[in-house]
Design a protein around this ligand. Structure first.
Ligand code: PMP
Ligand code: GLN
Length: 376
């Protein structure tokens, strides 16, 4: 008997494991391979010898909560109450799981836009609720007609992910206007806004749910320091929610983790005094441009990338294989690991697209591109 009969091992685990087995360059799972900012590692080294090793308050280290409130104010002009509207979580994954467990009830429906990141579905199913998977358009913009048709009296939540993994698309002003008018018709729906790549956008500015007056009272916003500060293994992030939702979310949080690891919270709190989030976008824009330029001589067709650190590419002119087999072949025969996009679709829709992570040092990007360009 399984509570999640059709859920297997995540594609990120599978591809990273295979990359290690075959000694391939790993552009699959999304994590940086360059050194972490020394200012941050120095803080951690210093803190290791201080008295920061015991439980912190359930919702987070108070100075960190205050600094996140300042960060949100500076980034988006939104004033949040750190004591009642903010929660430090063990990464965005825990924030998402906790929110869904707290707010979704038996037989509710949760709308997920495909292709979608993999951590949304299982927590919904564990609530004995149902996911309603709605495909994005082929250019990865939301299809609001389809989304509206999917809404009903059973819909409890819509999950948006902006900037979007895996496609690198971002939502625009008109998307938010349509979402807001849709929500007016369905007062029961809460928005879960996964914004872990909020600071990684390029030509266009990120529009956060924080800036949408009409959403604030019915939206849970999720972020990840793993993504923003290149420390994915730290598993630390936060969520912002209106107090009436936060009350419910904290009830679950206290029995899932109680409080998040202390040294990382104190370290991030001190680091926030030194770092500027405004540099993250330009840092990754350079990486994106460099990687795209390196792949110019290849047969991969590169899709637009507006944000995140993922580049989607079509291999249609190289192979007829399905994308999962293509990714396995790419590792075994050419020593480069990527992620097949079909695994982000409930129906396994295969458009011969794969995702490369470009959060890598230049030497890694160059070595990978050399191998990718050699495939003819
Ligand atoms: N949402 C998206 C869209 C992601 O790409 C990731 C991976 N960072 C997460 C959530 C989970 O983030 P974390 O590692 O902080 O749990
Ligand atoms: N967010 C990472 C990605 O999209 C994966 C994290 C994980 O392995 N769970 O590649």
């Amino acid at each position: 008997m399984s509570k999640l009969p059709h859920i297997g091992t995540s594609i990120f685990t599978i591809m990273s494991k295979m990359a290690t087995e075959y000694n391939a360059i790993n552009l699959s799972q999304g994590f940086p391979n360059f050194p972490v900012d020394e200012r941050l590692t120095d803080i951690v080294a210093k803190l290791a010898k201080q008295n920061v090793h015991q439980y912190l308050p359930m919702s987070g280290y108070p100075p960190l909560l205050s600094k996140i409130a300042i960060l949100v104010k500076n980034s988006y002009g939104r004033a949040i109450q750190p004591e009642t509207e903010l929660l430090i979580t063990a990464g965005a994954t825990q924030a998402i799981f906790t929110t869904i467990q707290a707010l979704v009830e038996t037989n509710d429906e949760v709308i997920i836009l495909d292709p979608s990141y993999d951590c949304y579905e299982a927590p919904v199913l564990l609530c004995n609720a149902n996911t309603v998977r709605v495909s994005l358009n082929d250019d990865y913009t939301p299809n609001w007609d389809r989304i509206e048709k999917a809404c009903s009296s059973k819909t409890k939540m819509i999950i948006i992910n902006n900037p979007h993994n895996p496609t690198g698309k971002i939502l625009n002003e008109s998307d938010f206007e349509i979402l807001e008018s849709l929500l007016e018709k369905y007062p029961k729906i809460t928005v879960l806004s996964d914004e872990v790549y909020e600071y990684i956008t390029f030509e266009e500015k990120h529009i956060s749910a924080h800036t949408r007056e009409k959403l604030l009272n019915r939206c849970v916003m999720v972020s990840s320091f793993g993504k923003s500060f290149h420390v994915t293994g730290w598993k630390i992030g936060y969520l912002v929610a209106p107090e009436y939702l936060m009350k419910e979310i904290k009830k679950v949080h206290q029995f899932l983790v109680f409080s998040v690891n202390s040294i990382c919270q104190v370290a991030i709190s001190e680091y926030l005094d030194l770092v500027s989030v405004n540099e993250i976008g330009s840092f990754y824009k350079e990486k994106r441009n460099y990687f795209r330029q390196l792949l110019k001589g290849s047969k991969f067709e590169l899709m637009p990338c507006e944000g995140t650190y993922f580049q989607v590419a079509s291999y249609a002119s190289l192979s007829d294989k399905n994308d999962v087999d293509f990714c396995k072949w790419l590792i075994v025969e050419h020593g480069v690991a990527a992620i097949p996009i079909s695994t982000f679709h409930a129906d396994g829709k295969d458009l011969k697209l794969i995702r490369f992570c470009f959060a890598k040092d230049n030497a890694t990007l160059e070595a990978a591109a050399k191998r990718l360009c050699a495939i003819q």
